[in-house]
Design a binder for this molecule. Structure first.
Ligand code: SF4
Length: 246
């Protein structure tokens, strides 16, 4: 029977596509991924930029002050790791300011939550940022804070951007003329585009995934265990079993 409280979000769809069992553990068993360095670092940077733009601040000093206010020290294993990552955050934000921040377009929305529908399901999410450029174009930006940078093909095929373009049109009433992922650790913004065909494929994938979730089709994908946050606690974990058999 369909769960009437079920909502589509990019995180839910992405989690199910990674491994249906991981979805079940998080969203049905209410198990939490322990806070780690990567998640904590990402939270600090997102909060810093949100604070900076929501308060209309406009200098590198104010950006670093925002970091000091928003920095989270939890999730790291040692004080040394906290310190190294705090310095890394400083460098990332100073690079950002030098390259983009001081020449930035008008920021019109930051950490904007939305609710709309995909098919019969509510669809929720948070868009990192929307800018208005000098030429009047609107630009949807998603921040990534991990150390790896994606190639153009991965950015072109990113499901989140496809779904957020759709949300922009349906919930916020406009189509962003520009779309980009900002890889902050590399100080590089990679632009992409979304046509109707790509957006409709993202919607079809989301609806198909929602159907599987509502049919309780939680078949574990043990090929992903080595990269999974639950590998030490999941009963299906191939990584855990290999460890135990040693
Ligand atoms: S440990 Fe493996 S089977 Fe378990 S949730 Fe993660 S990926 Fe899926």
């Amino acid at each position: 029977m369909r769960d009437n409280t079920f909502k589509i979000s990019y995180s839910r769809i992405n989690t199910f596509l990674f491994c249906p069992e991981k979805y079940r553990l998080i969203y049905i068993e209410n198990k939490y991924i322990p806070l780690n360095a990567g998640i904590s670092f990402g939270n600090s940077i997102h909060k810093t930029l949100d604070h900076f733009y929501k308060n209309s601040l406009n200098s590198c000093e104010a950006l670093i002050d925002s970091l000091n206010l928003c920095w989270e020290s939890s999730g790291y294993e040692t004080p040394q790791e906290v310190y190294v990552n705090y310095l890394r955050a400083n460098e990332i934000l100073k690079d950002y300011w030098r390259t983009y921040g001081q020449y930035r377009a008008k920021n019109i929305l930051t950490e904007k939550s939305f609710q709309t529908e995909i098919g019969e399901y509510p669809f929720i999410g948070i868009i990192d940022r929307i800018d208005e450029n000098e030429d009047g174009t609107r630009e949807l930006v998603d921040y990534k804070t991990h150390k790896e940078i994606w190639d153009q093909e991965s950015v072109d095929n990113d499901l989140q951007l496809s779904l957020y373009c759709f949300a922009c049109k349906k919930a916020l009433g406009f189509i962003p003329e520009k779309i980009a992922i900002y890889f902050l650790s590399h100080n590089k913004k990679i632009y992409t585009a979304r046509n109707d065909d790509k957006i409709s494929r993202a919607i079809d994938l989301s609806l198909d995934t929602a159907k599987k979730i509502n049919n309780n089709e939680f078949i574990p994908d043990t090929s992903k265990c080595g990269f999974c946050d639950f590998k030490k606690m999941c009963g299906y974990s191939a990584a855990k079993q290999t460890e135990e058999n040693k």
